[in-house]
Design a protein around this ligand. Structure first.
Ligand code: NAD
Length: 451
């Protein structure tokens, strides 16, 4: 596979794609490693994860630079992402000793539950946030005593490969964390099919996610799915309009819109719609699109020429478009649309395209926000606390924010309603997704000969 810098179109590396036989060998190694890894004392597993986090800390700038050149991320984002990888590893390094079961009162003995690891976990990663999304699966899976095989996206394997080296340098035993770059339909599909893979964590498109869920069902294989989104940013007339308008562009254009949580539909109460649109457009006009290494850059390139063509197909009559470099590189300008009948309003564009539409009243805002098969995230801007509560409870999405657009903190749960996913990642309960609950009853009779 040719790995390309999307900002320059230079070839960065050529990497061999794993075939099905190589996946089978990796699964055999992971099975073997699992026998010893599950027996590593909780405190020792924790120490190894902390050592892994320290390795990431020491190599944070190198990882950030890799993500800039391989994925086109802006320097500010890439540094935040390397820090997030470190923090997620530290957070789940605190989990092995806290992976408690329960003791449940029963007559005639005691009843206890154990949280048993699943075995080999496959983590299939998209290209939009390569190292971060990989780690959200890897860290809790390892903490719970599983071994892991990561299949990075075709475009962006470089940080994943480096993280696997750093894990070894930290002292994680061979076979506990493996990274296999490869084609989705070959290496990814074999991970899903392999009977010795106990669980698949998939982040990517809803289309592929459905296919994986259907295949996994044949083996009753565990799955966590993090899929697409078409999130609504709802702005009521009583909101701090200036703040909402200043924050709205980067809530959709961050990472050039290649973000599953992108608030790509802005719903504005009709009485302030025109004013909001004017302020938003002024803000978008000021966004700098270009060299991702420049700290002043708000948006880098899209991931590939194919993806850019797909994004462009959604834009016919833009209300406003910003500027962007001409090339080389897969550039696309920040784009504002105002229609609610076009494809862009209903489908996930996964690029820097936002639709702004008016609404009349709370009920209509909720109806439009929920009129989608997706349900990942969203925002509500209002100064009325009662309304904030009502709308937050009524919007069908897994991650909402009020008077803010932030969706992701590693210590709070993350995931989608409806076709945006299945299960949750991150937060205090992530290990539940990487363990089975085993219930054991010990009869109080018959342990010793009665006197
Ligand atoms: P994609 O579905 O094309 O690919 C994702 C991964 O799956 C890649 O590693 C790919 O190689 C692999 N894959 C493809 N076909 C496969 C198959 N048949 N079997 C097994 N694996 C296969 O998605 P993408 O284009 O890389 O990513 C963009 C999508 O990801 C968007 O829809 C976005 O919303 C979604 N996403 C969701 C979240 C979330 O947390 N909900 C986060 C990031 C991205």
């Amino acid at each position: 596979m040719k790995i390309v810098n999307p900002a320059t179109e230079e070839v960065l590396a050529e990497i061999e794609a794993a075939d099905a036989a190589e996946v089978d060998r990796a699964v055999a190694r992971a099975r073997q490693a699992f026998r010893a890894w599950r027996e590593v004392a909780p405190g020792d597993r924790a120490r190894l994860l902390r050592a892994f986090a320290r390795q990431v800390e020491e190599h944070a700038e190198e990882l950030a630079q890799l993500e800039i050149t391989n994925a086109g991320h802006t320097v500010g984002n890439a540094r935040w992402e390397a820090g997030n990888v470190r923090d997620v590893l530290h957070f789940y390094a605190g989990a092995p000793e806290r992976n408690h079961g329960k003791q449940i009162p029963v007559p005639g003995g005691i009843d206890v539950t154990f949280q048993e690891p699943l075995g080999v976990v496959g983590v299939i990663v998209p290209w939009n946030f390569p190292m971060v999304i990989m780690t959200w699966g890897v860290a809790p899976a390892l903490a719970a005593g599983n071994t892991v095989i990561v299949k990075p996206a075709e475009y962006t394997p470089l940080t994943a490969l480096r993280l696997a080296e750093l894990a070894l340098a930290a002292g994680l035993p061979e076979g506990v964390l493996q990274v296999l770059p490869g084609v989705g339909e070959v290496a990814g599909a074999r991970l899903v099919d392999h009977p010795d893979v106990g669980k698949i964590v998939f982040t990517g498109s809803t289309e592929v996610g459905k296919e994986i869920a259907a295949k996994a069902a044949g083996q009753v294989k565990r799955v966590t799915l993090e899929l697409g989104g078409k999130s609504a940013n709802i702005v009521f007339a009583d909101a701090d309009l200036d703040k909402a308008a200043r924050a709205a562009p980067m809530a959709v254009f961050d990472n050039s819109g290649q973000d599953c949580c992108a608030r790509s539909r802005i719903l504005v109460e009709r009485s302030v719609h025109e004013e909001f649109l004017a302020r938003l457009t002024a803000e978008v006009a000021g966004l700098k699109v270009g060299d991702p290494h420049d700290p002043g850059t708000a948006m880098g390139p899209l991931i590939s020429a194919e993806h850019r063509a797909r994004v462009a197909s959604y834009v016919t009559e833009p209300y406003f478009q910003g500027a962007c470099p001409a090339g080389p590189g897969f550039w696309f300008p920040a784009t504002v649309l105002t229609g609610d009948q076009d494809r862009a309003f209903h489908e996930e564009v996964f690029g820097p395209v936002v639709s702004v539409v008016p609404f009349d009243g709370e009920a209509e805002a909720i109806r439009i926000a929920n009129d989608t098969a997706y349900g990942l995230s969203g925002s509500i801007w209002t100064r009325d606390l009662g309304r904030a509560l009502r709308v937050a409870r009524a919007v069908e999405a897994g991650n909402l924010s009020v008077n803010s657009n932030s969706s992701v903190r590693y210590w709070t749960p993350f995931g989608g309603f409806k076709q945006s996913g299945l299960g949750r990642e991150l937060g205090p309960d992530a290990l539940a997704a990487f363990t089975e609950t085993k219930n054991v009853f010990f009869s109080s009779n018959d342990f010793f000969a009665s006197e």
